[in-house]
Design a protein around this ligand. Structure first.
Ligand SMILES: [Zn+2]
Length: 266
């Protein structure tokens, strides 16, 4: 199946046609296209779990979306079959009900995610607010903090880019994670004070940050600014280390591999 055909089938699937006419097997489009879309929306790394990426992006799993649309389609078909026209208010009410059912099923699936636990644990308690917010876009560096996939020692060590998961920016040399960057690292104390004040002083755990972000555009902007400033500095330091380090596996890396691992914004 070529890319054009895949997208055509994906579109049909989203329209619910697979469930109503049984022409397009849903399994054909559940893999790579469904996984790449939310990752692209949140400007994240391809290593981010589908469950976390789709939640951050507000993209429900396609089978749930298709079920909703198929139900709407059937409802309209029955109304027209009686020689009537669908009433806009009735249609909107039915659609809202189905959206509620979709959210319940989606939330249940996120009870036991296969990966992306920290992200899902932070967003799931405010899921409706996150999906329905009228402010705030995800940036490359904000997504790094929200997912832990980015310029952090633990992540870089995991993908073979660092010899150790330790932080290069503080004397304690603790494991460098998104949470260490947000809450502990001495190097970002000044930026942390500004962020803490903007989110109400309730602490900088990921759940607190996310709750503040969905509650206020000011807090969202403060979190985005913190991530932009801190992650830019971490990326610059990482590039300097990459140039200066004697790390044979890096020197052998092919051009294709370098492109895949590039930590610059996609
Ligand atoms: Zn540190």
């Amino acid at each position: 199946m070529d890319e054009k055909d895949t997208h055509r089938k994906a579109k049909h699937c989203i329209l619910g046609l697979d469930l109503t006419r049984n022409k397009v097997p849903l399994t054909d489009v559940k893999g790579r296209p469904q996984r790449l879309l939310p990752v692209w929306v949140i400007r994240g790394y391809r290593t981010i779990s589908f469950e976390a990426a789709s939640l951050l992006a507000g993209c429900p799993p396609w089978d749930l979306e298709a079920k909703t649309l198929a139900s709407l389609y059937q409802c309209n078909k029955e109304v027209r079959g009686r020689g009537e026209l669908p009433m806009p208010q009735e249609y909107a009410r039915h659609r809202s009900q189905l959206r509620g059912v979709l959210l319940v099923e989606w939330r249940e699936r996120l009870d036991n995610p296969s990966a992306g636990h920290a992200t899902i644990a932070a967003v799931r308690p405010v899921m409706e607010d996150w999906l329905g917010r009228q402010h705030g876009v995800l940036t490359f560096r904000l997504t790094q903090i929200l997912t832990g996939h980015g310029c952090f020692g633990r992540y870089l060590h995991r993908i073979g880019r660092e010899q150790s998961p330790d932080c290069h920016h503080c004397e304690d040399r603790l494991e460098d994670t998104a949470q260490h960057t947000l809450e502990e690292c001495q190097a970002w104390a000044e930026q942390r004070r500004t962020l803490d004040a903007a989110v109400g002083g309730g602490g900088l755990s990921l759940p607190n940050i996310v709750q503040a972000m969905v509650g206020s555009e000011t807090a969202w902007s403060a979190a985005a600014s913190f991530c932009e400033e801190v992650m830019s500095a971490k990326e610059a330091a990482e590039r300097v280390r990459e140039i200066s380090m004697v790390y044979p596996s890096r020197r052998r890396r092919s051009g294709r591999r370098r492109a895949n691992d590039d930590l610059r914004p996609p």
